[in-house]
Design a protein around this ligand. Structure first.
Ligand code: BES
Ligand code: MN
Ligand code: ZN
Length: 514
């Protein structure tokens, strides 16, 4: 999809649909923003009569379609509600663009012009970014495996964002380009997460990562079973051993330092590691899950999907950091070769893990991925993303990812980035008491700590493998997919993680960790 920025008056728009986002209006004294008032005048006051009728009050999600009779260059004018003026933010803009896109697509329009609203708290670049994100995200469909239905919506090929004269168009264009990149990268993550497990075993997740890497110019390395064995990655190997589809460790690198001979050179830019849980299907293993809802466990690699999407965005946006994505990919299955409750496995770090429940597999694969990240790359910071615990879904629902870590400062950086990107991350406790809960009598630690504080004990488990590297763990079990469609988000994978990560990495050097 093409997104362009101009400073045309909406009256002169020539697109198939002209979308006019409006904040809440009082039908008794409607006051339209100047540029929309100009459209209203051109249409002989039809917009004000709709508003004074009370049929359109600018509520979030509301939309009304108006058909001009040739007075202006466009055939359809769509009023889109954004909700209260005082609470307008980037999310309201994403939703408005999303509503405009789906209304346009339903009518097989191929071009949309959006009159970019003035939002007091946002600069033009941020407005353009949010509108572009909403448009690109709303255009997403997962139809790789179906023939198009009769009533399939069309595809909008071009979106133009029209700003007031006087705004910095160069900045707006840069914002739009960033928004398109983030939206597309998030869609890459959604595609991976939505792919069913038969189509996306670990080897295929690796191939798809390699394809993305080739497209945008990332270095990529895939470790297969012999290599995992050589490196004594007992965690990933244990979880993967029950499946006919063997595990992989996938490493994606943006701004990789040049390799001289076989010796590794240190990157001159700070290194940040992004680690993703890539369980391509989580049946629970021998501690098998109940069958109701088990199909959702194809999404158990949403953390990995976010890492691929984020690395793609880093490359496209030329983020001035050495960013490494590390994905622990395995399928958790019950079989004659599966790992069992009671097993003691030795992780790459040398720590031993008593397996209490084979369904607590994410932390077992992440143990190796985090240790590998730390020892191989000596990063300034690590962030992992994982659909790790049902307990986190109970705590925060689908409204926020859980944020745990060993550095209050890094947790705060991540929380703030989540606010800006509208991918909320909420700080959760990780205390000595949680670490005590996973002490084992026969191994160094055990992989579950009982029913209490399940999200925190999972994070406490991970903390055993990060050393003193500043680290944040994002539990995206609640936010990774949804069954309730929204303005720019359909049923299925959300691609959560891409926007928050890119916001964390933005101006990284100005965010002091100490
Ligand atoms: N992938 C699941 C967590 C999950 C559950 C994600 C529901 C999204 C929705 C994870 O591997 C898991 O099974 N966790 C267990 C841990 C327990 C056995 C300690 C859980 O949360 O029940
Ligand atoms: Mn599990
Ligand atoms: Zn899982």
């Amino acid at each position: 999809m093409q997104v362009s920025v101009d400073s045309r008056s909406p009256v002169d728009a020539s697109a198939d649909v002209l979308a006019l986002p409006l904040a809440s209006l009082d039908p008794s004294k409607p006051k339209l923003p100047a540029r929309i008032a100009a459209v209203d005048r051109a249409l002989g006051g039809r917009i004000s009569s709709i508003v004074s009728s009370g049929d359109f009050r600018g509520k979030q999600g509301q939309s009304v379609l108006v058909y001009p009779a040739g007075e202006i260059g466009t055939r359809r004018v769509l009023l889109v509600g954004m909700g209260d003026e005082g609470s307008l933010d980037a999310e309201a803009l994403r939703c408005a663009a999303g509503t405009a896109m789906s209304q346009a697509a339903a009518r097989h329009a191929s071009s949309v012009a959006i009159a970019a609203p003035n939002v007091r708290r946002l600069r033009a670049a941020a407005v353009a970014q949010a509108l572009a994100e909403g448009a690109v995200l709303a255009g997403y469909r997962f139809d790789a495996h179906r023939s198009p239905p009769e009533d399939a919506p069309g595809e909008v090929a071009a979106v133009s964002l029209s700003f007031d004269r006087g705004v910095d168009l160069r900045a707006a264009r840069a914002g739009a380009a960033r928004g398109v990149c983030l939206g597309e990268s998030q869609n890459v993550a959604r595609d991976l997460s939505n792919e069913p497990a038969n189509e996306l075993p670990p080897s295929e997740l690796a191939r798809r990562s390699q394809r993305v890497a080739r497209e945008v110019g990332l270095r990529v390395r895939v470790l297969d079973v012999p290599e995992l064995k050589r490196r004594k990655m007992g965690g990933i190997l244990a979880v993967g051993q029950g499946s006919a589809n063997p595990p992989r460790l996938i490493v994606l690198e943006h701004n990789a330092p040049p390799t001289r001979g076989r010796a590794k050179t240190r990157s001159r830019q700070p290194t940040i590691c992004l680690v993703g849980k890539g369980i391509t299907f989580d049946s629970g293993g021998i501690s098998i899950k109940p069958s109701a809802g088990m199909e959702e466990m194809k999404h158990d690699m949403s953390g990995a999907a976010a890492v691929v999407g984020a690395l793609r965005a880093c490359a496209v946006l030329k983020v001035p950091l050495h960013v490494v994505g590390i994905i622990a990919a395995a399928e958790n299955m019950p079989s004659g070769t599966a790992y069992r409750p009671g097993d003691i496995v030795t992780a790459m770090s040398g720590k031993t893990i008593e397996v209490m429940n084979t369904d607590a597999e994410g932390r077992v694969v992440l143990a190796d991925a985090l240790h590998f990240a730390r020892t191989e790359f000596e990063p300034r910071a690590m962030i992992d993303l994982a659909t790790l615990t049902g307990a986190c879904v109970i705590a925060l629902g689908k409204l926020a990812s859980g944020a745990f870590g060993n550095s209050e400062r890094l947790v705060e950086i991540v929380r703030q980035a989540g606010d800006v990107a509208s991918e909320r991350a909420w700080p959760m406790p990780l205390w000595e008491g949680h670490r005590k809960q996973i002490r084992s009598e026969v191994a160094d630690i055990k992989n579950t700590g009982g029913r209490e504080a399940g999200a925190s004990t999972a994070a406490a488990f991970l903390s055993n493998f990060v050393g003193d590297t500043p680290w944040v763990h994002l539990d995206i079990a609640g936010t990774g997919w949804t069954s309730k469609p929204g303005a720019y988000q359909g049923r299925g994978a959300t691609g959560v993680g891409v926007r928050i990560l890119l916001e964390v990495l933005r101006d990284w050097k100005s965010k002091r960790l100490d």
